[in-house]
Design a protein around this ligand. Structure first.
Ligand code: UFG
Length: 325
């Protein structure tokens, strides 16, 4: 298949592109490079620099005999989405509508969408499954949910076939070390821990140690980007013969902030200095999910998402003294 990957130079997108190419697909990347990384653009992919807000550009790109679109181009910082919703409505909502409309114009009917656990909001039970109520608590999560709703309409009205993949906490770098361009402006726990381990930051904050968890710190379900990437390839192939679907991509296992810090200290050999500060608004104590549906539909399972593998793959790119095995 010839697949357009929007955001294909980004952190998750570059891993998806690599897997698509390894699976024998042709790839066109569309990326505005606001968060993309030049070193991570696959040599075998055709690269178009441009934004999903540029409708003329999208028209040109979709005219390249594209069979399917994997749409990752979006902003994803939940905190920022609450102070600058316009940035998120423009890029995430308008950008996605433009992509879908360009697809309809060129009769491209297969769409894999990068959705998020943020559609669920506070978990009402654990592990979260796909039947869990969707009540986002940040604007970012709302944009992902609104797009999912729109996909249902386009499916009904226009015959679109889509996969909505709800990622839990994406983490790690390519386990083979091929993609080593660092994520720009990372805001999540694991890259912050790596920045302290590598000396880029002196210390970090732990947002609360009084949660009702084993050590008082927050527990999350970390999923390796290589595992996320393989699900996109399987989803695309599944949609050739089957109907639209929405699934979680997670492991069902949870690690606390303290687990992450201790494991990162063991791998890096460096002490990670931290301060305990107040809880961050909007953070649940624990968020883990089941991916039973992804397993049943796609025969997908996480293979690289134990904490040691995730953190080792990150230390490979963050280690200031070079590659680490
Ligand atoms: N944390 C800290 N210190 C930090 C950063 C994070 O203690 O400096 C803690 C948080 O309180 C939380 C855990 O580490 O307990 C993970 O926090 P992240 O910010 O890495 O991730 P979140 O779980 O808050 O959210 C992430 C994405 C969301 C996405 C969600 C899906 O940022 O966009 O995962 O589960 F929706």
């Amino acid at each position: 298949m010839k697949v357009l990957v929007t955001g294909g130079a980004g952190y998750i997108g570059s891993h998806v592109v690599q897997d698509l190419i390894n699976a024998g697909h042709d790839v066109v990347i569309l990326d505005d490079m606001s968060l993309g990384c030049v070193e991570n653009i696959h040599v075998k992919a055709e690269f178009v620099e441009g934004s999903t807000l540029d409708e003329a550009m999208l028209d040109d790109v979709l005219a390249k005999n594209i069979d399917a679109v994997v749409h990752l181009a979006a902003f994803k910082a939940a905190g920022e989405s609450m102070t600058d919703p316009e940035k998120y409505s423009r890029n995430n909502l308008n950008g996605t509508t433009n992509v879908l409309n360009a697809m309809m114009k060129h009769d491209v009917k297969t769409f894999v969408f990068s959705s998020s656990a943020a559609v669920y909001g506070y978990p009402e039970y654990l592990p979260v499954d796909e039947k869990h109520p969707v009540k986002p608590i940040n604007y970012y999560g709302y944009t992902k949910l609104a797009i999912e709703e729109n996909l249902k309409w386009y499916s009904e009205l226009k015959g679109l076939k889509y996969a909505a993949l709800r990622y839990f906490n994406a983490a790690g770098y390519d386990v083979n070390g091929t993609l080593s361009g660092l994520e720009k402006n990372p805001q999540n726990l694991l890259p912050i821990v790596m920045e302290v381990a590598s000396g880029v930051r002196k210390s970090m904050n732990i947002f609360g140690d009084d949660y009702d968890t084993k050590d008082g710190t927050g527990i999350r379900d970390y999923i390796h980007v290589n595992d996320l990437a393989s699900a996109h390839v399987s989803a695309l192939e599944y949609l050739q013969e089957n109907d639209s679907f929405t699934v979680n991509l997670a492991t069902g296992a949870g690690y606390s902030v303290m687990d992450v810090i201790k494991e990162a200290e063991a791998i890096s050999g460096h002490t990670i200095k931290y301060n305990i500060v107040d809880r961050r608004p909007g953070d649940p104590a624990e968020l883990i999910a089941t991916s039973k549906q992804a397993n049943e539909l796609l025969n997908w399972e996480a293979k690289n998402s134990d904490l040691n593998t995730i953190l080792k793959s990150m230390w490979n790119v963050y280690n200031p003294e070079g590659k680490h095995d």
